[in-house]
Write a protein of this length. Structure first.
Length: 142
């Protein structure tokens, strides 16, 4: 059943081997670059973005507290004529502050979910390319 091949020019095999080694080096570099990119994005999500949005949440909550106090002050105290001044502007500012707090909370949640999705995708990617990496390292470059 097996067929035999008669090879008369071994130079073809040397050229093919050279091309395979070149491919292996390029593929290994590409796999390494992809792993580096995954690690950088993971670090960015886990450290920089999480820290930034936690800081923003803290600042925005402080601003909301100050706005809430301003509304309370307007409603509690009367002006020199004995009237309670309008707190419309303060209430608008409070609403903006509360929306900003909500946005920061959403960003924190999005970052957490994105990190989980990245970790899952990275696992799938590594599982998919592990055989290629093994083949490059064991079969071609050795």
């Amino acid at each position: 059943m097996s067929e035999q091949v008669k090879v008369e020019d071994f130079e073809v095999f040397r050229e093919f081997r050279g091309a395979m080694v070149k491919f292996a080096h390029i593929a290994a570099q590409a796999l390494s670059n992809a792993d580096g990119q995954i690690a950088r994005v993971h670090s960015w999500l886990e450290n920089e973005q999480a820290t930034f949005w936690q800081s923003q949440l803290r600042k925005r909550m402080e601003a909301a507290t100050a706005a809430r106090d301003a509304v309370r002050q307007k409603k509690l105290y009367r002006d020199f004529s004995g009237r309670t001044p309008s707190a419309i502007e303060e209430e608008k500012k409070l609403a903006r502050c509360l929306a900003a707090v909500e946005q920061a909370e959403q960003k924190i949640d999005i970052g957490r979910k994105s990190l989980l999705r990245l970790e899952k995708a990275a696992e799938q990617y590594r599982g998919g390319v592990s055989q290629l990496g093994d083949t490059i390292g064991a079969d071609i470059l050795e």
